[in-house]
Design a protein around this ligand. Structure first.
Ligand code: ADP
Ligand code: ZN
Ligand code: ZN
Length: 681
C-alpha cells in the first residue's frame, strides 16, 4: 500500500481541516480510516486530531504537507453518526468541527503518549466479574401513571420526544429505570445490541441516582461520565461506552457527546436545569443535542421534570412532544407539602428569620424532624460597608462587591476569586467599625445556631464542600439523621430524596423577581418547586400522612409567581410566562444569538460590536445596539454584547455562517465569541 492524504480536524480556532501525509510503517499496516485519531505535528506541538477523510491527493502541494506521526489504530474508529453529531453541533453553534469533536474526549486520548490508553484497553479486555442478582424486593411495583408512561415510551417505534411531567416525588426515576430495562430487553430479544444514555444535571449532587442504577442492575455494565471523575476512570468509562460494552451510561451534559454505537434510548432528567447549558467554549445545550441525537438515531428521548422549561412545555402543548403526567407522589400517603407565604412587610426579621419560621423550626426540633433552610447566597454577607464615610467593599478588578467570608476571615470576589484579609479598619477613613450588609448562608448559620444551641446545624454550600468527597459526606449525614437543621444554597435544592424532612424555609428569594434577565422568574419558580419538593417525601409513622410545610419569606405575597407556587400550579405559571414571552417577542417565540466582546477599554469592545453589526446586509434579523454586560468588568476586562434576534431559526442560521467568516476575517485584536440560543442575557 502507498501513501495517503488524511484530512484531519484539530482543536484549533480555525474553520478548516488540515491535510497530512501518511505512509505505512510496514507493508502490513492497515489503511487509515475515517473516524480514527492521529498524532500530528501542529506548529511546534504534537496534537491528536480526528481523521475525517482519507484521500489520494490534496489541494495543497504534497511536498509542503507534514507527516502523520502515529495512528491510534488500537482504538476502533469513531462511528460515522458520531461525527455527524459533532458536525451538526459545529454547524449550529458556529464552531470549527475540531473544537467540538476533540475537547469532549478524555484528556489521555489527546496526548502524545499512549500508556494510559493501552493500559485502559487492556483492563477492559479482561472479563468483568458478574454482579449478584438484584434484590427483587427493592423494586416497587409501578403505579398506574408510571406504568402508562413506561409503556408509552418503551413501545414507541422510532423517534419521539416524551415530556415526563411528574411532580416532585412522583417516582420519575422508577420510570427511567423500568423504561431502560424494557428497551434493553426488547432490543436484545431481537438480537440487537443496545445502550441507554441517562443525563443528569450534576452527578455529584445526585449520587443517589448512581447508587440506585447500580443496585438495580448489578449485572449490567454502568459507566459514568462527568468532569469530577479521575482521568483514568473517565477514560475507562468512555472506552466502555465507545466499545458498546457499557449498557447504561450515566453522565452530565458532556456525556451527550459520548460515543455510543448502540444507542437506543436517551433520558434527560430535570431537563429544565441550567447546567445542561455549557457556559464556555462550545456553548451547547445538552438537552437540545440529546433531542437531535435521538432524531438522528430514530429512538425515543425522555425529558423529565416537575417544572419543564417553558420551551419544552410549549412543544408539548403544540403536540410536538408527548406529555406523560405523573400527578401523585409515588410513596403511599406521601403528600405534596403545604406552601405558605410569610409577609415580610408585617413580620420583622432583624436576623433574617421571621417569628413564624422560627416557631416552625422549633416545632420540628421538638418532634425530632428535619428542617431545611434555603438561601441562594453563600458567604457571610454580600458586602462590607463603612457607616462613617460610605466606603464599600468593591472588587478592584470587577464591577462587583467583595463578599465577606467570616469563618475564613476573608473578603472574596465571586467573579474573579480575588481574596484579601478582612480589613481591621476602613481603608478610606480608618473607622474600625465596619459593618456587614445583607446576609448569606454563613450568617444565617450563626444565627440559627445561636437560636437553637442544642440543634445539630449543617451548612452545605460551595464553601463548606471544597474538599473532594465532603459534599457526599455531608449529604450522608443528613440521610442518616445526624442533622436537625440543614442550611444551604441551590446545592441542597436538587434531586435529594430526604426522608425525614418536614419543613423547608426559603429566605429572601425576592431579588430574582426584579432581575433584568427575562428567564429569572422561570428559574426561581423551578428552584422553589424543587426545594419545596424535598419535603414530605416519606409516608410518615404508622402509615399516617405526614404533611410537610414550606414557608417562603417574601415582601410580595401577591406576586403571581408565588400565587402559582402555593397552588402547586406549574401549568398556570407556564401559561402566564409563555403569554408574556409571546407579547414581548422573546424566546421561544424568537430565536437569538449573542456576540460578546472583551477588551481592556469598554469603548474598544463596543466599537468592535458596532463594526460587527454593520458588516453584512441582513434581512429578517434584528441587530440590537451593542451594550455593556450587566457585570461589565471581570478581572480587569471590560465586556460588552450584541444581541441578534429573528422570528425564523433558519434565517438566523443562514446569516450567522457568512457573518462569522466576515468576523474572523477582521482579524481584530478584540476577543470575541458567539453564543447561539443564549441563556444569560
Ligand atoms: P422524583 O424524581 O419524581 O422526584 P423519585 O424518583 O425520587 O421522585 O421517587 C420518590 C420516592 O418514591 C422514592 O423514594 C422512590 O423509591 C419512591 N417510589 C417510586 N415509585 C414508587 C412506587 N411505584 N411505589 C412506591 N414507591 C415508589
Ligand atoms: Zn473580582
Ligand atoms: Zn470609612
Amino acid at each position: 500500500m502507498s501513501r495517503r492524504v488524511l484530512s484531519i480536524a484539530l482543536d484549533a480556532p480555525l474553520d478548516t481541516e488540515f491535510d497530512y501525509l501518511w505512509h505505512p510503517r510496514d507493508p502490513d499496516e492497515a489503511e487509515p480510516a475515517v473516524g480514527q485519531f492521529a498524532l500530528v505535528p501542529f506548529g511546534r506541538r504534537e496534537v491528536v486530531g480526528l481523521v475525517i477523510a482519507v484521500k489520494h491527493d490534496s489541494d495543497v502541494d504534497l511536498a509542503r504537507l507534514r507527516e502523520v506521526i502515529a495512528m491510534r489504530s488500537q482504538l476502533a474508529p469513531m462511528p460515522q453518526d458520531w461525527i455527524a453529531l459533532c458536525r451538526f453541533a459545529a454547524d449550529y453553534y458556529q464552531r470549527p468541527l475540531g473544537e467540538v469533536a476533540l475537547p469532549c474526549l478524555p484528556k489521555s486520548l489527546r496526548t502524545a503518549k499512549t500508556v494510559a490508553l493501552d493500559r485502559a484497553l487492556k483492563k477492559l479486555a479482561q472479563p468483568g466479574k458478574p454482579g449478584e442478582p438484584a434484590d427483587p424486593a427493592a423494586r416497587p411495583a409501578l403505579n398506574d401513571e408510571q406504568r402508562l408512561a413506561v409503556d408509552a415510551i418503551a413501545d414507541t417505534e422510532g423517534f419521539h420526544t416524551h415530556l415526563l411531567f411528574g411532580v416532585t416525588g412522583s417516582g420519575k426515576t422508577e420510570v427511567y429505570l423500568h423504561t431502560a430495562e424494557r428497551v434493553l430487553q426488547k432490543e436484545r430479544a431481537a438480537g440487537r445490541p443496545a445502550q441507554v444514555l441517562i443525563l443528569v444535571p450534576e452527578i455529584n449532587l445526585t449520587p443517589q441516582l448512581e447508587t440506585n442504577v447500580r443496585a438495580r442492575f448489578p449485572q449490567l455494565n454502568v459507566a459514568t461520565l462527568h468532569s469530577q471523575l479521575a482521568e483514568g476512570e473517565r477514560l475507562r468509562h468512555w472506552l466502555a461506552a465507545h466499545q458498546g460494552k457499557a449498557d447504561i451510561v450515566l453522565g452530565t451534559r458532556l456525556a451527550v457527546l459520548a460515543s455510543m454505537p448502540h444507542l437506543k434510548l436517551i433520558v434527560v432528567d430535570e431537563e429544565h436545569d441550567p447546567s445542561y447549558k455549557q457556559q464556555e467554549g462550545l456553548r451547547y445545550s445538552a438537552r437540545d443535542l440529546a433531542i437531535w441525537r435521538a432524531h438522528q438515531q430514530q429512538i425515543p428521548v425522555v425529558l423529565g421534570s416537575a417544572t419543564p422549561s417553558v420551551e419544552s412545555w410549549q412543544h408539548a402543548d403544540s403536540g410536538r412532544y408527548r406529555k406523560l403526567p405523573l400527578k401523585q407522589r409515588a410513596v403511599t400517603n406521601a403528600q405534596l407539602p403545604r406552601v405558605g407565604l410569610i409577609d415580610m412587610e408585617v413580620n420583622k426579621a432583624p436576623e433574617g428569620l421571621s417569628p413564624p419560621l422560627v416557631a416552625a423550626l422549633r416545632e420540628r426540633l421538638a418532634r425530632g424532624e428535619q428542617s431545611l433552610l434555603f438561601l441562594n447566597r453563600r458567604g457571610y454577607a454580600p458586602v462590607m460597608h463603612c457607616d462613617a464615610c460610605g466606603w464599600i467593599s468593591n472588587c478592584r478588578r470587577c464591577t462587583a462587591f467583595m463578599v465577606l467570608h467570616k469563618p475564613e476571615r476573608r473578603l472574596r470576589c465571586h467573579h474573579c476569586s480575588l481574596e484579601m484579609r478582612i480589613p481591621v479598619s476602613c481603608p478610606t477613613c480608618g473607622n474600625v467599625d465596619l459593618q456587614p450588609l445583607g446576609r448569606g448562608t454563613q450568617r444565617v448559620e450563626e444565627h440559627v445556631q445561636a437560636l437553637f444551641p442544642q440543634a445539630r446545624v449543617l451548612r452545605i454550600d460551595a464553601d463548606s464542600t471544597r474538599r473532594k468527597g465532603s459534599a457526599q459526606d455531608a449529604f450522608n449525614a443528613v440521610h442518616r439523621g445526624d442533622v436537625d437543621i440543614l442550611l444551604g444554597t441551590q446545592m441542597v435544592a436538587k434531586g435529594h430524596d430526604f426522608q425525614r424532612l418536614t419543613l423547608v424555609g426559603v429566605i429572601n428569594p425576592d431579588t430574582a423577581l426584579f432581575s433584568q434577565d427575562y428567564r429569572a422568574g422561570e428559574r426561581l419558580f423551578a428552584q422553589l418547586m424543587q426545594v419545596a419538593g424535598r419535603a414530605g417525601r416519606a409516608a410518615g409513622k404508622d402509615g399516617q400522612a405526614a404533611r410537610a410545610d414550606v414557608l417562603i419569606q417574601t415582601r410580595y405575597p401577591q406576586h403571581p409567581l408565588y400565587r402559582a407556587l402555593i397552588a402547586h400550579d406549574y401549568e398556570g405559571f407556564a401559561r402566564g410566562t409563555l403569554e408574556e414571552r409571546r407579547a414581548a417577542g422573546l424566546p421561544p417565540f424568537m430565536f437569538q444569538a449573542l456576540l460578546r466582546a472583551e477588551a481592556k477599554q469598554l469603548q474598544d469592545a463596543l466599537d468592535f460590536l458596532s463594526q460587527a453589526a454593520t458588516l453584512l446586509a441582513h434581512q429578517g434579523i434584528t441587530i440590537n445596539d451593542p451594550v455593556p454586560m450587566t457585570i461589565t468588568r471581570v478581572a480587569g476586562v471590560e465586556r460588552a454584547q450584541l444581541l441578534l434576534e429573528s422570528a425564523s431559526r433558519p434565517q438566523l442560521q443562514a446569516f450567522l455562517k457568512p457573518w462569522m467568516r466576515a468576523l474572523r476575517d477582521l482579524k481584530s485584536r478584540i476577543r470575541w465569541s458567539l453564543e447561539v440560543d443564549p441563556v444569560d442575557i
